[in-house]
Design a protein around this ligand. Structure first.
Ligand code: 5GP
Length: 120
């Protein structure tokens, strides 16, 4: 799938849509999810244009991949989630029910999160 530069997270990165920023470095931005599914629900995105985790891990450099996962860990530590624990999740494609076609990792925390998946 080609990257759509009009997706909502691309607009956030360009400053065209506001976000509540949690963490930022040269390569990544983390901000609160607009529709939180847990007391803490933050999205971490690379600043470069990648559609999904599949796109990212098949085309990004080793350094970009390392930087991005460091940003996820840095964000969680900044949120003081390392000790109580937290969950990360990335939806990919149709079956993963990915809504926004710019790679993002969800960070959930702030309570016991329960089972990983609901039953059908
Ligand atoms: P996905 O289903 O693609 O993994 O997750 C997309 C996430 O983006 C959802 O949790 C949704 O609430 C969040 N989201 C969608 N639009 C916006 C927005 O404009 N701002 C923010 N902060 N989050 C958004």
């Amino acid at each position: 799938m080609a990257y759509d530069s009009e997706n909502i997270f691309a607009k956030i990165l360009r400053g065209e849509i506001p976000c509540t920023k949690v963490y930022e470095d040269d390569h990544a931005l983390a901000f609160e999810d607009i529709n939180p599914q847990a007391p803490i629900h933050v999205l971490v995105i690379p600043k470069a244009a990648y559609v999904s985790m599949d796109d990212f891990t098949s085309t990004a450099s080793d350094a970009e991949i390392a930087n991005f996962f460091q940003a996820v860990g840095n964000t969680a530590r900044q949120l003081e989630l390392a000790e109580p624990g937290y969950r990360i999740l990335a939806n990919i494609g149709d079956d993963g029910m990915q809504e926004v076609p710019h790679l993002h990792v969800h960070i959930f925390g702030g309570k016991k999160l329960g089972p990983m998946l609901t039953r059908d």
